[in-house]
Design a binder for this molecule. Structure first.
Ligand code: PLP
Length: 457
C-alpha cells in the first residue's frame, strides 16, 4: 500500500508525546546473562554497582519485568527543549533512488550535541541530581555523548569531568570548546591524571586512545572522588531504556497512519540508538504481533556482531568494570582508523547481543567509503549533513531501497538518523579529496583482540 498522503515531516503534539519509556526486556524469554563482579566472578548485585552508578539507573538496569517505565516530569520538561524529533518521509531520497520503497527516518540531530545521546544524558543527570550527587565523570569518543552530558549537567546544575579519546580531542578541538562552554572539564585520554591512563601510556605511548581506555579513567576518578558517579552513554540496559523514546515517538506517529515498517535499520556502536529505535516494535515482534526485520549496521573497521564472539568480557580496556555477556572483539581490541568514532567500541549492548544471538536481529558491516557515498547522496537529497555514524544506517537503508527497485517490492523502510556531521568535516574532506581508506581488521588483529577476552564459561 503506497502512503503518498503522508506529510514530509510528522511531529507529535505535546499531548501525543510519550510519558513512558519502553522496556523491551519485559518480553524477552531469554534475558541476557547477568553482569559479573570482576573481583568475585559472581553475578553483580545492585550494591556492587552503587559506588559507580546512580541508584535509580541501577534499579532500571535490573528491571526486566515492567514493560513501561514512567518518565519523571523533571525529565519531560527538559525533553520539551528538543523533542519531539521529526519523523521524515524521505520523498526526495526515494525519488533519487527511483525506488518503489517508502523510506522514513527519525532525525535525532536537532540539538547542540547533534545526536540522540541527549535522551539518556537528560535522564542520567536528573537522577544523579535527585540523589544528591554533585559531580559526574564520563568518557566520550566522537564527542556527542560528552556534549550531551555537558548540556544535561548545565541544565540540572552538576559538575562534569569528561575523558575524551585523545585522537578525537585532537581531530575535533571545537567539540571540546562546546563542552567547556557548557561548563565541563575535558581531559584527553589516555592521560596521566589516572593510574589507568598512566598504565596504558606506558604500554602504548603513541596511542590515540580508545573508548574502553577512557571508560577506565572515568570510572577510576568516580570511585576516588567524593559524591561523584560515573555515567555511560551507551551499552547498558538503562541507556537503551531512555533511548526508547525514539522508537515510541516513531510508533505513535506511524500508528496514526496505519503504517507498519517491514524493516527497521540503525547503526550500532554500543547499541543505544538502535535498541531505542526498535524497542516498541521488537516488543510486539517478541509477542508474535508483527514480522518486522531489524537490521543493525556496523563499520567494517569494528565488526562486533559480524565477526565478534558471544562471551563474557570487560566493558573497558583496564578490566575494572563488571563483565558483560555480549558480542565482543575483546576489551584489548584496538579498532582500525575509522571516522565513525561513535561506532568504535569493542563490545555491544547485552540486550541486543542476546536478541542477535536468538535470531531476532540481523547485522551487516559496511565499508566507510560506501558509507560516505550514501551520506553525500542523502545530504544532497534531504538537506541534512549526516554524522558518519548515522550514515551507516543510510547506507543500509539505501541498499534495501535499491533491492526493492530490482525486485519491484514496495517495502516500508524505517531508519534512525542519529545525528549531524558538522564536527566530522575532516572525514568529509578525506572523502571529497579521494584520500579516504577502507580498512578492516585482519584475522590476526581479531585473534589478538580475542586473546584479551577472559576465560569464563
Ligand atoms: C554515539 C553515536 C552513535 C552510536 O552509539 P549507539 O549507542 O550505538 O547509538 C551513533 N550515532 C551518533 C550520532 C552518535 O553520536
Amino acid at each position: 500500500m503506497a502512503n503518498t498522503s503522508i506529510p514530509y515531516k510528522t511531529y507529535l503534539t505535546e499531548q501525543e508525546m510519550p510519558r513512558y519509556w519502553y522496556n523491551v526486556k519485559a518480553h524477552m524469554k531469554n534475558k541476557h546473562a547477568p553482569f559479573l563482579n570482576p573481583a568475585t566472578g559472581e553475578p553483580c548485585t545492585k550494591d556492587d554497582l552503587r559506588s559507580v552508578f546512580c541508584d535509580e539507573c541501577i534499579e532500571q538496569e535490573f528491571n526486566d519485568r515492567d514493560e513501561y517505565v514512567a518518565i519523571p516530569q523533571g525529565i519531560l520538561d527538559f525533553y520539551k527543549m528538543f523533542r519531539p524529533s521529526p519523523l521524515v518521509r524521505a520523498y526526495f531520497l526515494e525519488r533519487f533512488l527511483d525506488t518503489p520503497a517508502e523510506i522514513y527516518y527519525k532525525f535525532e540531530g536537532n540539538n547542540t550535541s547533534g545526536s540522540h545521546k541527549l535522551n539518556s544524558a537528560a535522564a542520567q543527570a536528573y537522577y544523579a541530581k535527585q540523589q544528591g550527587i554533585t559531580r559526574l565523570t564520563t568518557e566520550t569518543g566522537a564527542g556527542q555523548w560528552g556534549t550531551a552530558l555537558s548540556m544535561a549537567c548545565a541544565f540540572y546544575g552538576l559538575q562534569l569531568c569528561v575523558y575524551m579519546v585523545k585522537a578525537s580531542a585532537e581531530q575535533k578541538p571545537h567539540r571540546r570548546e562546546v563542552m567547556r562552554t557548557f561548563g565541563a572539564e575535558v581531559i584527553p585520554s589516555p592521560g596521566n591524571t589516572t593510574s589507568a591512563g598512566r598504565a596504558i601510556l606506558a604500554r602504548f605511548p603513541d596511542t590515540g586512545g580508545s573508548l574502553g581506555c577512557a571508560i577506565s579513567e572515568a570510572v577510576e576518578t568516580a570511585l576516588s572522588t567524593q559524591n561523584c558517579r560515573y555515567v555511560l552513554g551507551s551499552v547498558l540496559d538503562h541507556v537503551l531504556l531512555h533511548q526508547s523514546v525514539i522508537g515510541t515517538e516513531c510508533k505513535i506517529a506511524l500508528d496514526k497512519y496505519g503504517i507498519v515498517p517491514d524493516v527497521v535499520i540503525g547503526c550500532m556502536g554500543g547499541g543505544s540508538n538502535f535498541g531505542g529505535l526498535i524497542a516498541p516494535f521488537m516488543g510486539e515482534r517478541l509477542q508474535g504481533k508483527n514480522e518486522i526485520r531489524f537490521v543493525g549496521v556496523e563499520p567494517r573497521g569494528c565488526p562486533t556482531l559480524t565477526r565478534g564472539k558471544f562471551a563474557y568480557d570487560y566493558c573497558d580496556a583496564a578490566k575494572m568494570t563488571p563483565l558483560a555477556k555480549m558480542y565482543t572483539l575483546g576489551c584489548g581490541f584496538m579498532p582500525s582508523p575509522n571516522h565513525a568514532g561513535g561506532l568504535r567500541y569493542h563490545g555491544m549492548s547485552p540486550v541486543l547481543s542476546q536478541l542477535y544471538h536468538d535470531g531476532y536481529i540481523e547485522a551487516v558491516a559496511v565499508g566507510q567509503k560506501s558509507v560516505f557515498e550514501a551520506a553525500t547522496d542523502f545530504a544532497k537529497c534531504e538537506g541534512i549533513l549526516p554524522a558518519p555514524e548515522s550514515a551507516h544506517a543510510i547506507r543500509a537503508a539505501t541498499d534495501e531501497a535499491l533491492e526493492c527497485k530490482r525486485s519491484g517490492k514496495k517495502k516500508v523502510i524505517l531508519f534512525g538518523l542519529t545525528g549531524t556531521g558538522y564536527f566530522d568535516l575532516s572525514a568529509y574532506k578525506q572523502y571529497n579529496d579521494g584520500t579516504m581508506t577502507d580498512e578492516a581488521p585482519t584475522d590476526e588483529m581479531l585473534i589478538k583482540g580475542f586473546a584479551s577476552i577472559p576465560a569464563i564459561r
